[in-house]
Design a protein around this ligand. Structure first.
Ligand code: SF4
Ligand code: SF4
Length: 307
C-alpha cells in the first residue's frame, strides 16, 4: 500500500502516516492522553488522614489521584502504553489481534480523555500532587475525628490550583523502572504492590480489559483459583528523600494506602498479598493457564482509524 500511494508513508508493519483518513481524525492533533492515563480504581476519601495518605501515594511513580466533577476520586496510572510509538503518537499494534477492543472501538470524536487531560485543570477533572492536596487540606473543614465536614467547591479549587503547577512534580512513570520492578514482583524478590480491582473475569469484555491494562509497563495480574486482581509495583520517585521513604515504607506495610482503594476487600488483600499466586504480565500467558481452557474471542474490529 505504501509503495503504491504517495500520500502514505509506512513507518512500521502497522504504522502508516499521512493518510488523509489519519489527518482527518481528531487523534492526529492530540497528545494521546488515552494511551498514557490508565484508570485504576475509585478512591474513598472521607477524612483528613485519607487526604494525607493520598498525598503519600503521589510519591510513587505514575500515581495520579484526580477529582472528577461529579465528586468521585479516582486513581490514574500516568505511564505510556508499551505499544505507543511516541514520536508519531501512534499505536504499533493498531488494528491487529493484539490490540484490545477497548482501544479499537473507543470513539475519538466523543473522546473523554482529550477533554479531561488536555490541561491540569479542566471542567471534567482536577489532577492532584502532594502540594495540591496540602492546599486542599487547608481549605477543608474537619470534624473532631478528622472527618471531612466541608470541602472547597470546584471553582475555588480550579482557582487555587492555577497557582500551583502540576507538571513539575509529575511526569509519566519511566517504563524501564516499572518493567524492572514488575520483573522483581515475578521473581523471588517481591516488593510492595498496589492492588486494584476488578477480580476474576466473568464476561468476555473482562478479558479485553486484561489485554488493555497489561499493555501498560509494570502492570501485572495476580491469579489464583478463586482470586484475581491487577497489581502495580510501588516504586518511589527518584526525588523522594530517605526519611520520607522510611515513613512511606512503614505505611505501605501497615496497608494504610490499601484502605483508600475501592473494590478489593480486606480479606482479599490479605490473601492476595500473602498467598502463592501466579503473576501474569503478558496477555498471551493467560492462554496457557491451567483451569482456563478458552479465552473468548472478541468481535472483529469495526474499522476505527486509531486508538
Ligand atoms: S482517542 Fe484520540 S483524541 Fe482521544 S485521547 Fe486518544 S488520541 Fe486523543
Ligand atoms: S494498545 Fe491502546 S492504549 Fe496502547 S498504544 Fe495502542 S491504542 Fe494506545
Amino acid at each position: 500500500m505504501a509503495d503504491s500511494d504517495p500520500t502514505i508513508l509506512q513507518v512500521s508493519e502497522t504504522i502508516f502516516l499521512n493518510t488523509p483518513d489519519w489527518l482527518a481524525s481528531p487523534c492526529s492533533s492530540c497528545g494521546t492522553y488515552c494511551c498514557s492515563n490508565l484508570p485504576l480504581c475509585d478512591l474513598s476519601i472521607e477524612t483528613r488522614n485519607d487526604l494525607l495518605y493520598l498525598a503519600d501515594i503521589c510519591w510513587f511513580e505514575g500515581m495520579v489521584p484526580v477529582l472528577k466533577q461529579d465528586g468521585q476520586w479516582r486513581l490514574f496510572y500516568n505511564a505510556d502504553c508499551r505499544f505507543l510509538h511516541k514520536p508519531t503518537a501512534k499505536c504499533i499494534i493498531h488494528n491487529t489481534p493484539e490490540q484490545s477492543n477497548i482501544c479499537k472501538t473507543y470513539p475519538p470524536d466523543r473522546c473523554w480523555y482529550r477533554k479531561a487531560f488536555t490541561s491540569t485543570e479542566t471542567d471534567l477533572l482536577l489532577r492532584f500532587n502532594g502540594v495540591r492536596i496540602e492546599r486542599m487540606i487547608t481549605l477543608c473543614r474537619f470534624g473532631e475525628d478528622g472527618e471531612i465536614l466541608e470541602a472547597p467547591g470546584w471553582e475555588m479549587l480550579q482557582k487555587e490550583f492555577a497557582g500551583l503547577p502540576f507538571f513539575p512534580t509529575s511526569v509519566p512513570a519511566p517504563p524501564e523502572r516499572m518493567v524492572q520492578a514488575e520483573k522483581r514482583t515475578r521473581g523471588r524478590e517481591r516488593g510492595p504492590l498496589f492492588l486494584f480491582p476488578p477480580g476474576k473475569p466473568q464476561k468476555p469484555e473482562h478479558f479485553d480489559l486484561l489485554r488493555f491494562r497489561l499493555g501498560f509497563p509494570g502492570v501485572v495480574l495476580l491469579t489464583s483459583f478463586t482470586l484475581w486482581c491487577f497489581a502495580l509495583p510501588a516504586v518511589f520517585k527518584l526525588q523522594v528523600p530517605p526519611d520520607i521513604r522510611r515513613t512511606l515504607c512503614q505505611r505501605l506495610e501497615a496497608g494504610v494506602y490499601d484502605e483508600l482503594i475501592v473494590g478489593i476487600t480486606e480479606h482479599e488483600r490479605y490473601l492476595l498479598k500473602s498467598g502463592a499466586f501466579s503473576r501474569i504480565a503478558r496477555y498471551a500467558e493467560l492462554e496457557g493457564m491451567p483451569g482456563l481452557q478458552t479465552v473468548p474471542e472478541l468481535p472483529e474490529d469495526t474499522g476505527r482509524l486509531t486508538c
